[in-house]
Design a protein around this ligand. Sequence first.
Ligand SMILES: *Cc1c(COP(=O)(O)O)cnc(C)c1O
Length: 427
Amino acid sequence: MTLALSTRDDCLAADAADPLAPFRAKFLLPEGVIYLDGNSLGPRPVGALERAQAVVADEWGTGLIRSWNTAGWFELPGRLGDKLAGLLGGRAGECVVTDTTSLNLFKALASALRIQQADHPGKRVIVTERDNFPTDIYIAEGLADFLNSVAAETGTRYEVRLIDEEVPLDRALGGDVAVVALSHVNYRTGAMWDMAQVTAQAHAHGALVIWDLAHAAGAVPVDLNDAGADYAVGCTYKYLNGGPGSPAFIWVDARHQDRFWQPLSGWWSHERPFAMADSYTPADSIDRFLCGTQPITSLAMVETGLDIMLAADAGAVRAKSLALTDLFIDLVERRCGAHPLELVTPRNHARRGSHVSFRHPEGYAVMAALIARGVIGDYREPHVLRFGITPLYLGYADVWDAVETLRSILDSRAWDAPEFQVRNAVT
Ligand SMILES: *Cc1c(COP(=O)(O)O)cnc(C)c1O
């Protein structure tokens, strides 16, 4: 993008010409807030309240248990999964919305390890990133520990190998690698892997690939089938605006679905759940990645946000995301250049997700001061100020105003007040 936006009026003009501007009315944002944390918890779609009312008052209140059939509750994970697969470049029948990202990662890892155990028993390493979101590392370690503890006498050992600056991906890959589990967009830095290239690289070593799309789904273009991906998991409460703690998703390429069943083989993943059989037969579909009864009230909320995202032109969303993140970076560097802010997000468009992070030695206090003035981003250890840039409800003037607030806080040292030093439980 050519940065012709050097004044607030330029930003207002860009907003007036923005083809995505009408989407802002589909979200409810409080007065006086510039919301730069939609990468952590998306705001409420206006339609969510009506949907919640229908689910609670009519489907639950009046329909009662009949609603499992009459309101489509039982099919909801697959129906939402089909819609989401469309957004992620997958096919119908490859995705379900269910459980949490952590649980879905466990299921995907276990399933991939079983395929490898059958085809290449020597492959026992899970490669992931030291810089990954912690749950991704913990779940991989937990599964490896579990397998090692129950199979100790066989002498086989599973291992988690963390890649970092010293051990990059190409050095970590080898004949012993079963699975590569990466986040498409890094939660802290906003750096993005080239999904097709990394998938091909892992496949060349005989490894299967799991993509965590927590900061990618609804944020950047994703084409799972085109990239040749094996598995994907991710959240709906971030860029998909499904509501706090709304269920996550798991996507499994059709070629892997019938190989094995995942170990959380609850009754919802059974071929015929209501046969109440005394032994397990997995569903012959993506349903085998379900576990048990789903949180329907929360699951139903996912559709409202998802439908808004599906109505937006994906190319326009990406173009605006890059224009806004470029503008944000440019303004911070020009207007706050006297302060010790260090960009940690890649400048290269091909390597950038949809959030921007800057390191500042007093990052926590600076973010607390920003939030007190209605500019809501978040803070991630160590010292990282994180700003989610969401093109459906943010405009160019919002970016301008957010940076001006940041500049004022830094110039006046407003962050250096006792109330901004106290840590909340959730940052
Ligand atoms: C947000 C996020 C999660 C969250 O997992 P939950 O099970 O929903 O708590 C997992 N992985 C990544 C990469 C994330 O960014």
